[in-house]
Structure formats: structure tokens, C-alpha cells
Design a protein around this ligand. Structure first.
Ligand SMILES: NC(=O)c1ccc[n+]([C@@H]2O[C@H](COP(=O)([O-])OP(=O)(O)OC[C@H]3O[C@@H](n4cnc5c(N)ncnc54)[C@H](O)[C@@H]3O)[C@@H](O)[C@H]2O)c1
Ligand SMILES: [Zn+2]
Ligand SMILES: [Zn+2]
Length: 335
């Protein structure tokens, strides 16, 4: 089979790899389209310590069932959850397999979907009445939906999302689906435009506006009930606890790349709920699928380009040189 292999940091190639040998009980999929996200870019740049080399990339998958293991009809288009869960760690025992201590994400700790065929347990497969490009958007949007669930977001909440990139955009849509008033925050007007199309009612560009002043103005001086951080910078990690309302909730999705110093007095004085949010649960997949089936998400605006497999090495180089210019690249394996 042909596959896109990350051979070492900064070096990818389309190569021949061993043919798939599936387990009898697994579903076999012909891969049709795969999305690339910031995590793939991180792996490409050698900044993801969980990746070993060589590695086939790809975890945002649209595929067609070849062998449905008795559960899915051949020819059905599906997407999948790229995570594993061990069943015995503290997270799994608490029914939170999304945060499994021993998770192995497709394309990260094990070979991914940027190839011709893959196999996966039936429990990881989701059917949906969606196009291939919509199926590819399901997984990246689930991460933000899970954060909205972790923040217990309800219609009466004002929710601020710091960072409206691929992950933050899902949080914007997830909070909006839950009926909240959503404030999108970014330094890039194009990202804020898409966030508005995905359900943000207000936006703040912190490259030219004061975050503190604008948030107070939009919340009658109280601060947002919930702040979701989706970047991973020390200053935005701190801003979340500084700007959130008293007794509010802070949800961190961003992975900080360095230690963050805090005024921890605020945790206590405001009596905050400070929550981490990692990956997503099956119910987050179902919620995103429902939103996409209802056409309540700006699919075309969220995609920058659709390219064939052969062009991935060049596209990753270009993206790495100018990260801000890319939203979502989809790879069409049919081309
Ligand atoms: N928790 C999880 O399960 C999970 C999963 C995937 C990714 N992540 C993490 O989520 C974070 C976001 O990932 P992404 O793929 O959306 O990245 P991204 O680069 O696409 O998005 C980041 C956004 O933040 C904006 N931004 C940058 N600096 C800013 C600042 N100072 N103020 C306001 N906005 C700013 C950028 O313009 C961009 O729109 C990363 O830290 C990533 O590691 C977490
Ligand atoms: Zn991704
Ligand atoms: Zn586990």
C-alpha cells in the first residue's frame, strides 16, 4: 500500500508500506479522505515527544467500509475515533476512557490513516449522513465539544474561547450548540470571522483590543462564566483565571509548551473550577455529527485546501514555514 510516512522530523515521503493484515473482528476501511491538523504539524516539526519514527500520519478520517465485521454494510461511509483505551487505568475505571493513561492515538503512538486501507474495532466507528469532507471534520471538532461538556456549559452562560484555531473553533461551536452566549478571542481576523460563522456572537481581536476591557464591557463588569483556553501560551493560561467571573469555570485544552507561573490566590478567592479537557468521548462524536447533519457549521469556510497524497510533503513544508496561513488541509486519497 501507498502511505505518507514521517521518516524523521521535517522529512516526509509517499512510500510503499506493508499490506494491511486486519484482526478478524475488526472493521476494514478503504481510506477516502484524511484531515491534517496542528498536532500533525507538531509531529512534522519534531515537537511531539509521543511520536516515534518512522510514523504514518493521519487521525481525522473519512473511509468506506470494505469489511464491516458483521456490524456495518460494505460501502457505508464512516468516520472513527482515533484513540484507544486500556479498560483498567484510573480514567477508564471512572468511565472517562478519553483520558486513558495508556491511550495510543492513530498517527501518533501507532501508524495512522494516511494510507490505502486501515482496520479498527467496530466500537470506534461512527456512521453519519455526511459528505467525506464533513466526516473528516468530525474528530477535530469533538475536542472542543468535549471541553464545552467539561465546562458544563448551559444556555445562561457567557463563554469566552481564547484561541479560535482548529481546536478552539470546535469549542465555539460546542458552546453555541449548548445555547450559551459565545465570545471568540484571537489575534487573527480570519479566525474570528469563521468563529462568528460557527456561533460566536462577539469577537475580540487581542492584537488591537484590550482583552480585559472588552470582556468587562460584554459581561456587565463580571467577567465570563466560563473561559476555555485553546492555545497553550503562559499568558493565555493566566488570562483565563484572571478574567473569568467569581465562581466561574476555566477549561484548559491547550498544551502549554513551558511551565506557567500563576497568581494562585485567584483560584481560592474566586473559588474557581479549573478543569483539563483531553480528546473526546463517543457522545462528543455523536453531538458533532448531529450538528454537521443539521448543517449548523461553516464546513467550507473551515477548510483551506483539498490536496492529493503526493502533495502532502510539499504542503507540510509550506505550512511549517507559514503556520498562520493554513486552517485545515484535507488529503483526498481518491485522487
Ligand atoms: N486537549 C486536547 O485533547 C488537545 C487536542 C488537540 C490539540 N490540543 C492543543 O490545543 C491547542 C490549540 O491547537 P490548534 O490545533 O487549534 O492550534 P492552532 O494554531 O490552529 O490555533 C491557535 C489559535 O490561537 C491564536 N493565537 C495565537 N496566539 C494568540 C494570542 N496570544 N492570543 C489570542 N489568540 C492567539 C492563533 O491565531 C490561532 O487561531 C494546542 O496547544 C494543542 O496542542 C489539545
Ligand atoms: Zn487532529
Ligand atoms: Zn485506560
Amino acid at each position: 500500500m501507498k502511505a505518507l510516512v514521517l521518516k524523521e522530523p521535517g522529512v516526509t515521503a509517499v512510500e510503499s508500506v506493508a499490506d494491511l493484515v486486519p484482526n478478524a473482528q475488526d472493521v476494514v476501511l478503504k481510506v477516502r479522505m484524511v484531515g491534517l491538523c496542528g498536532s500533525d504539524l507538531n509531529s512534522f516539526r519534531g515537537k511531539n515527544p509521543m511520536v516515534s519514527f518512522p510514523r504514518v500520519l493521519g487521525h481525522e478520517v473519512a473511509g468506506t467500509v470494505v469489511d464491516g465485521a458483521g456490524q456495518f454494510a460494505a460501502g457505508t461511509n464512516v468516520t472513527l475515533s482515533p484513540y484507544t483505551s486500556c479498560g483498567t487505568c484510573p480514567s477508564c475505571l471512572r468511565d472517562r476512557p478519553n483520558a486513558c493513561q495508556f491511550n495510543q492515538t492513530l498517527g501518533v503512538q501507532r501508524d495512522g490513516a494516511m494510507t490505502e486501507f486501515i482496520s479498527t474495532p467496530a466500537s470506534k466507528v461512527f456512521t453519519a449522513n455526511l459528505s467525506l469532507k464533513e466526516l473528516c471534520l468530525v474528530e477535530p471538532l469533538t475536542v472542543g465539544f468535549h471541553a464545552a461538556a467539561r465546562g458544563r456549559i448551559a444556555p445562561e452562560d457567557v463563554v469566552a474561547i481564547i484561541g479560535c484555531g482548529g481546536v478552539g473553533l470546535g469549542a465555539v461551536a460546542g458552546a453555541a450548540q449548548r445555547g450559551a452566549t459565545v465570545i471568540g478571542i484571537d489575534v487573527d481576523d480570519e479566525k474570528l470571522r469563521i468563529a462568528t460563522a460557527a456561533g460566536a456572537t462577539h469577537s475580540i481581536n487581542t492584537a488591537r483590543e484590550s482583552l480585559h476591557d472588552r470582556l468587562l464591557e460584554l459581561t456587565a463588569g463580571r467577567g465570563p462564566d466560563v473561559i476555555i483556553e485553546a492555545i497553550g501560551l503562559p499568558q493565555t493560561f493566566r488570562a483565563a483565571v484572571e478574567e473569568v467571573a467569581f465562581t466561574g469555570r476555566v477549561v484548559y485544552i491547550g498544551y502549554a509548551k513551558e511551565p506557567v507561573a500563576y497568581e494562585t490566590r485567584l483560584f481560592v478567592q474566586k473559588e474557581l473550577d479549573i478543569l483539563g479537557s483531553r480528546n473526546a468521548l463517543p457522545e462528543d462524536f455523536q453531538a458533532v455529527i448531529q450538528m454537521l447533519e443539521a448543517k449548523r457549521f461553516p464546513v467550507d469556510e473551515a477548510i483551506s485546501s483539498i490536496i492529493p497524497l503526493d502533495q502532502v510533503p510539499e504542503a507540510l513544508n509550506a505550512w511549517s514555514n507559514e503556520p498562520a496561513r493554513v486552517k485545515k488541509i484535507l488529503v483526498d486519497l481518491d485522487q
